[in-house]
Design a binder for this molecule. Sequence first.
Ligand code: SPD
Length: 283
Amino acid sequence: MEGLIYNMKGLWFTELQNSGLKISCLANKTLHWEKTEFQEVGVIDTEIFGRMLLLDGVIQTTVEDEFVYHEMISMIALNTHPNPEKVLVIGGGDGGSIREIVKHPKVKEVTLCEIDKGVVEASEKYLPEISFALADPKVRLLIADGIKHIQEHENTYDIIIVDSTDPVGPAVGLFSADFYKKIDKALTAEGIFVAQTESPFYNRDLISRIQADLSDIFKVNKLFLANIPTYPGGLWSFSLGSKKHDPENVNKDNIPDLNTKYYSKDIHFSSLVLPPFVKELMP
Ligand code: SPD
């Protein structure tokens, strides 16, 4: 598998995080590898982060640090919308975001639209602690193209979450202004959109372009941050577009306790406080 190298010190997985940066993890074993119609899907067991999902040699999630990403991509929007009954996740075939979303008492139905069946199957088999909620009765699992799905579902979802890979190859379209306009149409009148939007250190142009696009479409546009050790630079960004509700104006007393390990009532607000070098990316 791409990135796995044996040397005298053992089996090391290395991700080329960008043209000048690599991260290496000591691996105990390769549990799964397959080439699907869309990408290379791998699961390895690592010394520090436990089992790790790789897509085209890029770390997607690990058993040890996944909670940060999955709680944050889900909880800020869920606790900002007054009645998040219908939620859509595009991508996210590992099921981690779904696990968080079904925790919310107001969610009635969550649709997962993942293009690659191989990601869902590998996650169900090797990452059960992340994927188990895919079997929840509130979940509707579609193996389909997310862009096509939102085009066919106007005024349908209260929250849309784009839990994508990096903006290369098949995911490029999920980071475009055209896509955000379609998201806007697929959302209901008080709808909220959240997407993972990469590193504020290494993807600065991308983040400022996304925020500018969102500010053209949505009444409220925000960026929030979380620390994810296996992603480039550790500090990670999420972008939010909202038709009405501002995550900064949420009443703290109304945030339910949903058994989270990173997200909390305080983190809800503090994650939206941007250091000056990130604030300057905002329009
Ligand atoms: N650099 C990797 C970014 C991956 C973001 N998506 C992760 C999907 C986890 N559900």
